[in-house]
Design a protein around this ligand. Structure first.
Ligand SMILES: N[C@@H](CCSC[C@H]1O[C@@H](n2cnc3c(=O)[nH]cnc32)[C@H](O)[C@@H]1O)C(=O)O
Ligand SMILES: [Zn+2]
Length: 433
């Protein structure tokens, strides 16, 4: 079996037992076989050797919410509220999307994510077969779901749900186990209650988790109260949503009771600070969620509301904004912020036994960061440096399942020049059609 031996590296493990260690890591096949300050004994036979000096190795980042194909709409609508951005700008453009647009928009997103250190991403979109093909080819790990908007006639609702179920059947566990799937009503405000109930039942049948957008804006919460007589968490609870493992994007506007209910139900949250700031949606109660024991992770949302997919930005924002709004400089410290993007990300997608830390027995999904740069000197607190002065541009190498997918900042399995040219062509066609 293929072996890689990294010598004399600095490893930020995200394992509380030994958060940072200097030493050696051996990868065998798709798995971390050995990680220690000591030389491996016996020395790994036939291993490719790599000098880790000047590099920091850490678990690949986990982006728990996004819509990759929307990278085509980066910069197309800035400085708008969620409702205007979504209904007047995104939906009309997305209605014109073809297979080709989804392919090149997704490829653009995946290239950007890989190069900035994301090794697992969650994606909610349609034409998901194409998204899965891009994920398979690129080497990335992906948790994919055909999101469904239910503001349409019953027969269209049914065909969308059938498509979402078929996607699960076709792709769950594919790409050497790198692809997992779930089901997702787009949001309580775009799916009637009876449709959400049908989606929950389908998730039980297929034994997959659920994902949705929830309580992103104050307007949508007010609408929920007006239409259904309760706030979104209680509404989803009544519809049985939390009888499945559930991942909720945004969760910005929550009461104490809602936080308690999420904790009791074991639901996980994807905190998307950049998107929430840009659409002026508000600031999620992350310190309170963490205090109550809710699993919180990080997502970029799409590049159309971010406007990049660099998860280091989300890590830094999470570490900064909660201090600012609470007046407490100890809110979301650096170590906790980095956990949001790694080990808690893994937990939020029920993958903590496989990814999210550098640990013997876990999958070899890891990244290398170039520390020999002015913004990382003097070299003192590495975790602080990564969170407060690092960015995705510092990532030089990326491995997923033990395979190197980015080398010296270049994607090995994607044709970057072609992706840039094709995405430009797709966007221009969308604009003029
Ligand atoms: N087109 C599908 C739904 C795909 S789910 C992905 C949808 O999420 C939308 N979206 C992207 N970001 C956000 C957000 O922050 N809040 C709510 N919806 C979003 C996006 O515009 C896209 O329409 C259907 O009609 O059933
Ligand atoms: Zn979204």
């Amino acid at each position: 079996m293929k072996r890689l031996w990294i010598e004399n590296g600095t490893f930020v493990t995200m394992d509380d037992q030994r958060p940072v260690l200097k030493g050696h890591m051996v990868v065998e096949g798709d798995t971390i076989l050995y990680l220690s300050e000591e030389l491996p004994d016996p020395l790994p036979e036939g291993a490719e050797r790599m000098n880790g000096q000047g590099l920091v190795f850490m678990p690949g980042l986990i982006n728990t919410h996004g819509h990759a194909a929307m990278s085509l709409l980066r910069g197309y609508s800035d400085d708008q509220s969620l409702q205007v951005w979504l209904e007047q700008k995104m939906w009309p453009m997305e209605a014109k999307f073809t297979d080709d647009d989804v392919r090149w928009g997704t490829s653009l997103a995946v290239a950007e994510m890989l190069k900035s250190g994301t090794t697992t991403f969650v994606d909610m979109y349609d034409r998901m077969n194409i998204v899965a093909e891009v994920a398979e080819q690129s080497g990335i790990r992906a948790f994919l779901t055909r999101g469904v908007i239910g503001l349409c006639p019953p027969e269209v609702q049914t065909s969308k749900l059938n498509e979402a179920k078929q996607f699960v059947q076709d792709w769950n566990g594919k790409a050497d186990g790198r692809i997992a799937t779930m089901l997702s009503p787009h949001a309580p405000y775009t799916c009637p209650p009876d449709y959400i109930v049908r989606i929950v039942e389908a998730a039980h049948e297929l034994n997959v988790p659920l994902h949705t957008h929830m309580s992103e804006s104050a307007a949508e919460v007010a609408q929920n109260v007006k239409d259904y007589g309760c706030r979104p968490v209680e509404h989803l609870d009544k519809l049985g949503f939390f009888t499945r493992p559930a991942l909720l994007a945004h969760a910005v506007h929550l009461t104490d009771d809602e936080i308690a209910l999420l904790a009791a139900r074991g639901a996980a949250v994807s905190h998307n600070p950049a998107s929430n700031l840009k659409l002026a949606s508000g600031i999620a109660r992350v310190p309170d969620l963490l205090k109550e024991g809710v699993t919180v992770s990080l997502g970029t949302d799409s590049a159309a509301s971010n406007n990049n997919l660099d998860l280091f930005d989300e890590i830094r924002l999470a570490a900064l904004i909660h201090k600012g709004v609470s007046g407490d400089p100890t809110a979301v410290p650096a170590q906790e912020a980095l956990k949001l993007g790694t080990v808690y990300g893994a937990k939020a997608i029920w993958q903590e036994q496989r990814v999210g830390q550098l640990k013997e027995g876990l999958k070899a999904d890891f990244i290398a960061i170039d520390m020999e740069q002015p913004h990382f000197y003097p070299q003192t607190e590495i975790i602080s440096h990564l969170v407060y002065s690092g960015s995705g541009r510092d990532v030089v190498h990326v491995w997923i399942d033990g395979n190197q997918v980015v080398k010296n900042g270049e994607c090995l399995l994607l044709d970057e020049a072609k992706i840039l040219a094709e995405s430009q062509r797709c966007f221009e066609r969308l604009l003029s059609s």
